[in-house]
Design a protein. Structure first.
Ligand code: TLP
Length: 350
């Protein structure tokens, strides 16, 4: 039985063409700024995203943390969505290592922040208060369902930030999914932010790596924080070559993942007891399963060769490179038979 791994787009393996590009990469010591392949990736990422400069980092977590440390001083407050990855899934690094205070503002169902609530979260200048140092957004928004922030959503926060002279950072782990979904150049979405992290190691299919983009001055400073965080990587051109290959060859195909997510969602929605939570906008499909203990349900699916996670009272299926339409249809068929056979066996609380 073929295992269908829908846990995350982080499980993607590099294609043979990507591996070849990695094997052939011209290398140097990137801590000395001498790896030509890293330099090429950084230039390409910066120009694609419409920023002055870029920095290859080990992970999305490291990119976001380096960004927060660069924008803020110890003791500053960072305004961040209450369901954001940075707040909830990045080990509290900004507070533990940076002395930053994470100030949560409600994400709406689409992952947006309400400008009025962001405004209310900002601190007036007063000796009693921490300084507000940064506003963070997430696009696509993972926990809200892979939802897309469009230009209007981003512009509203940008205007507010400008009024209060605050920088904006986007956790754009899946920003290319947002751009493909909206069918606009990624640079248009990034134009509203001072800095952005995007991941090479998710839907773009690279084995390792993320890229932080911003102004030249910002990236120079972030480079110091990357070193402090242990992210100076020497002959990192091996990884950058995968990134260059991905930016050339793996962006447009994200539309296939999004189409497969839509196909999965439509089929799942027809199964009694399943409700989409919410309908997918990109490559993440979240759904609830009525009457089941979700941990038991995930275990039963794993026995049937379907790997996925339960997250926040929902199941998440992620489509990605290596998952074809037939896999998605097969996954739905196996789920359907688990539900049909298991009625009453694994009910919640039984
Ligand atoms: N997300 C992973 C898990 O950590 C949940 C996943 O499987 O979705 N921002 C966002 C929006 C993310 O979804 C992730 C990873 C990150 C940042 C962190 O990236 P990495 O894993 O490279 O540190």
């Amino acid at each position: 039985m073929r295992t269908i791994d829908l846990r995350s787009d982080t499980v993607t393996l590099p294609s043979s063409e990507m591996r070849k590009a990695m094997a052939d990469a011209e290398l140097g010591d990137d801590v000395f700024g001498e790896d030509p392949t890293v330099n090429r990736l950084q230039e390409m990422a910066a120009s694609l995203l419409g920023k002055e400069a870029a920095l290859l980092v080990t992970s999305g977590t490291q990119g976001n943390l380096a960004a927060l440390l660069t924008h803020c001083r110890r003791g500053d407050e960072v305004i961040v969505g209450h369901l954001s990855h940075t707040l909830n899934f990045e080990v509290g690094g900004a507070s533990a290592l940076g002395g930053l205070i994470m100030k949560a503002v409600r994400n709406d169902a689409n992952g947006r922040l309400n400008p009025g609530e962001v405004r209310a979260a900002m601190r007036p200048s007063d000796d009693h208060f921490a300084r507000t140092g940064l506003i963070c957004l997430e696009n696509t928004h993972n926990f809200c369902g892979g939802t897309v922030l469009g230009e209007e959503d981003l512009a509203a926060v940008r205007d507010l930030a400008d009024d209060h002279h605050l920088p904006v950072h986007i956790d754009g782990a899946r920003i290319f999914n947002a751009a493909v979904s909206l069918n606009i150049p990624v640079s248009r979405l990034v134009a509203f932010a001072d800095s952005i992290t995007f991941c090479l190691s998710k839907g773009l299919g690279c084995p390792v790596g993320s890229v932080l983009c911003g102004s030249r001055e910002f990236i120079e400073e972030a480079r110091r924080y990357r070193k402090m965080l242990g992210g100076g990587m020497r002959q990192a051109g091996i990884l950058a070559a995968a990134g260059l290959y991905a930016l050339d060859n793996m962006v447009e195909r994200l539309a296939e993942d999004q189409e497969n997510a839509r196909i999965a969602a439509e089929a799942l929605a027809e199964i009694p007891g399943i409700a989409l939570a919410p309908p997918p906008q990109t490559n993440l499909v979240y759904f609830t399963v009525e009457g089941w203990d979700l941990a038991a349900f995930v275990r039963r699916l794993a026995e049937e060769g379907i790997l996925c996670f339960d997250e926040g009272g929902r199941i998440r299926w992620v489509t990605h490179f290596g998952i074809e339409r037939a896999d998605v249809e097969e996954a739905v068929a196996r789920l359907r038979s688990v539900m049909a056979a298991g009625i009453g066996l694994h009910r919640a609380g039984v």
